[in-house]
Design a protein around this ligand. Sequence first.
Ligand code: AP5
Length: 219
Amino acid sequence: MKLILLGPPGAGKGTQCKRIVDRYGMTHLSSGDILRGERAAGSDLGHRAQAYMDSGALVPDDLIIEMMIGAMKKAGGGYVLDGFPRTVVQGEALDAALSRAGERIDGIVNLVIDDGIIVQRMTGRRSCPKCGAVYHIENLKPKVDNICDTDGEPLVQRKDDQPEVVANRLKTYHEQTAPVLGYYERTGQKIMTIDAAQAPEEVTAAVFAELDALSDQVG
Ligand code: AP5
């Protein structure tokens, strides 16, 4: 299956994507994770993206489109796109690239949640700098405080999870990313809407129910 996971920052896209790829054997293509990897590697792309990411603004479309189309080609097979597309221009570029390759997106999982819950989720998020595992200081605690369950690394807080940056990311989402859903409604894509305010396991169960039915249809 080829999927897109849509939703505001902090809705739980990364958390659910990890569970989706484990169950359905797909590749997780997160634009945010790829950008953070480029920054850690000190690449030219990482340097160019840095100021946008730290302020909660979007990285320019041309940089993102080239990066993500390249990642999709490299992945081959099934994948779930997380954080891309984030503007209508990116959605149109994605459709054009898929159409050139004779491929299509099978479905879109749309995580819906209120801004008030999002702020609590993002400011409490902690991640492992080594394996990328995501925790929360209250909702999804590691077994030992502030230590990754998988590799024992101390957890870190993302720079863009500071309250003032979170506010800007939400503003950016409502102005530039929310219209992507309307774009896919107009182009007749299959959209699966999920209440992302539920507990993580309940969100996962709702997502899996939709994707089990979809995978029966697409084979
Ligand atoms: P990116 O890394 O994509 O960030 P995002 O979309 O803002 O999403 P997040 O990673 O913040 O949240 P998430 O939905 O994955 O939530 P998570 O599962 O971690 O992008 C970062 C930046 O890169 C952007 O601001 C931009 O500058 C740039 N960028 C990226 N893509 C771009 C693009 N296409 N175009 C231009 N620029 C781009 O969960 C959040 C927290 O909540 C965690 O602590 C988790 O443990 C907890 N949690 C998860 N689910 C639940 C639940 N059900 N109940 C309770 N807690 C939960």
